[in-house]
Design a binder for this molecule. Structure first.
Ligand code: MG
Length: 218
């Protein structure tokens, strides 16, 4: 049996390639107001609003533009599944490991690139947008577990599953993964261009193929 029991993944830049922030992809696509967006961003980083408020604000901007589901999907045309992603998920599952997503990304990315993602992942922390049958946004459930709070999501899963954090793995690419990568027993920086994150990671995987993480976990 592997020493690790749980493997958690980031989405943007980790499970999905050609993207740093999926939110930005949609902002570009729907041409939302840059000033309004920056104000909300600064309000969050200055501690004036919560992550949830920031997320809801930005989704509100898409709603105002009358963004439809097929436009969201079209906006993702330049993105792709990370090389080796499905093989990696299958292999980890085959070895009996629990899998989770801890990400600030949006459900629509996974719906497009891993339509059966619910079969792989035991826990999913992710922002969710729901559409009606005509493709209009009807409901939004933004995650609050991004940035520093990603680590909180990991602790929640570990506690419920009775796991030590030493038995947990996290794989991510960006500085919003800084805290969780330090807390996980095995923190893997993957497809990472940030020295800050590489420095605190237990392992840095340089080759852009997710299968490269398997030898460190199994
Ligand atoms: Mg990322």
């Amino acid at each position: 049996m592997p020493n690790y029991k749980l493997v958690c993944f980031d989405v943007d830049g980790t499970l999905i390639d050609n993207v740093k922030f999926s939110w930005q992809v949609f902002h570009d696509c729907f041409k939302t107001d840059k000033e309004g967006r920056e104000k909300a961003r600064n309000d969050f980083f200055n501690g004036n609003i919560s992550y949830l408020q920031w997320a809801e604000h930005d989704i509100g901007m898409w709603k105002e533009k009358g963004a439809k589901k097929d436009e969201f999907l079209e906006a993702l045309n330049g993105l792709k599944l990370m090389d080796g992603a499905l093989e990696t998920l299958h292999e980890l599952k085959k070895h009996g490991l629990k899998l989770a997503i801890i990400s600030g990304s949006l459900n629509i990315l996974l719906e497009k690139f891993i339509p059966n993602y619910n079969e792989f992942f035991d826990d999913i922390f992710l922002s969710k947008i729901f559409f009606d049958e005509t493709g209009n946004i009807v409901n939004v459930r933004a995650t609050e577990f991004d940035m520093e709070k990603k680590a909180e999501a990991l602790r929640q899963i570990a506690e419920r599953e009775n796991l030590d954090l030493k038995e947990c793995v996290f794989v991510g690419d960006y500085i919003n993964d800084l805290k969780i990568i330090q807390e996980a027993g095995l923190g893997i920086a993957f497809n990472c261009h940030h020295d800050e994150l590489k420095k605190v990671a237990d392992i840095v995987v340089e080759k852009k193929d997710l299968r490269e993480i398997l030898k460190h976990i199994l």
